[in-house]
Design a binder for this molecule. Structure first.
Ligand SMILES: [Zn+2]
Length: 409
């Protein structure tokens, strides 16, 4: 039997061990202090023990945080030495989101439930599946007596769910020398259930609160007032029109264009026979990378200002959330190409390389000019009650990672 075959067959035997690994992780509710939790230390120590059992040297770059009992938020990594090829990094996160409404769960969110190929519990998918697949891929190499092509580092960070200031952002600030643009950096945290999607880009996000001030009058005499609701409606229509001008089309994304969508609406007058003098609504803008959000903002100010003037109303724009996305990872970069080859070998399918609407931790790498691919086999159960993952998908992902570690993808 050839080496590749033996490596993949070994990973096929890891199902039960993966379940036990998940059982250990699920039992530790690693919630950040923003979510009224004690942080990630207990889970970090379990992960550290696994890495040490594999014979790896474990390093840590903890972030001080007085809000948690240990006083720090752990960020750790173990490196398996390779033979001179490009370095591979796989980054997962230790923290999870709260259980939410407990009554919507079919079983205890903090106790693993196994049903055939499915495992249930908070964090099994987001992001234990990443840590478990990354770890068992290393274990397979070790047990096959193979050494990786280049050094392989498996990183577990804190604070992904609440902003990453104590997680990846901290790590990149304290230890920038760890990473180089030649490395293959993988973040298993977004994807499709069959592992067919590789994320290389994100749209920028701009969330706006729009307050329109008019003049309230009786419903029978609208000409005496200034209808804030009518003015707001004109602005909502204008928002979609404006979106068309924000950048050209980019086939990496679905949809291929920028979007500016009116979403939330605050309550206005409660009776039918009053013309409202105040209206508040929100717009969620997802803007193609390369378009400056300052320009988007001034386009809104200009257009909404003009509409308000025509209606004799006033308008206030407030930024609720603003994230300028970094440039995309080149779809032809080595990390994306090895991933495409690995997925084809293991899954027998041609993955799609594309962008998402915004908001993954990979943007911290991209901002530093480091190419990164976000990928794993991800069920749409993330952040939901009855969060679940598939053992067969963890096995498939571990195979893809093992081929990349070994330089065989
Ligand atoms: Zn996640």
């Amino acid at each position: 039997m050839d080496q590749v075959h033996k490596l993949l067959e070994r990973i096929d035997t890891y199902g039960d061990q993966m379940i036990e690994a998940q059982r250990e992780l699920v039992a530790i509710p690693a919630l950040g202090p923003t979510n009224q939790g004690e942080g990630e230390m207990k889970k970090a120590l379990v992960f550290e023990r696994w890495l040490k059992e594999l014979g790896l040297t474990v390093l840590r770059e903890d972030a001080p945080d007085e809000r948690v009992p240990d006083g720090v938020r752990p960020n750790l990594w173990g490196v398996m030495p390779g033979s001179g090829g490009p370095k591979v990094w796989v980054l997962g996160h230790l923290d999870v989101v709260p259980e939410g409404d407990r009554s919507l769960w079919s079983s205890d969110p903090w106790e693993l439930r196994v049903e055939g190929d499915l495992i249930y519990g908070r964090g099994v998918m987001d992001d234990h599946a990443a840590l478990v697949s990354g770890f068992f891929a290393m274990k397979a190499l070790k047990e096959e007596g193979m050494s990786p092509a280049g050094d392989v580092g498996l990183i577990a960070v804190a604070d992904e769910e609440t902003g990453s200031a104590y997680g990846l952002d901290h790590l990149l600030q304290k230890r920038p020398e760890l990473f180089s643009p030649q490395d293959l950096i993988l973040v298993p945290d977004v994807g499709e259930p069959d592992g067919s999607f590789i994320e290389v880009a994100e749209k920028s996000m701009l969330w706006l609160k729009v307050t329109v001030i008019g003049k309230q009058v009786h419903g029978s005499t609208p000409h005496k007032g200034v209808n804030a609701l009518y003015t707001a409606a004109r602005m909502m229509i204008a928002a979609r029109e404006l979106a068309q001008g924000f950048g050209a089309t980019d086939p990496l994304f679905d949809p291929m264009v920028s979007t500016c969508e009116p979403t939330r609406k605050e309550a206005g007058v409660s009776n039918v026979n009053t013309v409202p003098g105040r209206d508040v609504f929100y717009i969620d803008c997802r803007i193609l990378p390369g378009m400056d959000l300052d320009d988007v903002m001034s386009a809104f100010e200009q257009r909404f200002g003009a509409i308000a003037a025509e209606e004799r109303a006033e308008v206030e724009l407030e930024v609720v959330n603003r994230v300028q996305s970094p440039p995309a990872t080149d779809p032809q970069s080595p990390v994306v190409r090895s991933l495409v080859r690995g997925i084809k070998q293991v899954r027998g399918l041609e993955p799609t390389v594309g962008g998402v609407g915004g908001g993954t931790v990979a943007s911290f790498f991209r901002r530093k000019g480091l190419p990164v691919a976000v990928w794993y086999s991800c069920e749409q159960s993330v952040h939901q009650p009855d969060e679940f993952a598939r053992v067969s998908s963890m096995i498939a992902d571990a195979k893809v990672l093992a081929l990349i570690y070994a330089g065989l993808a």
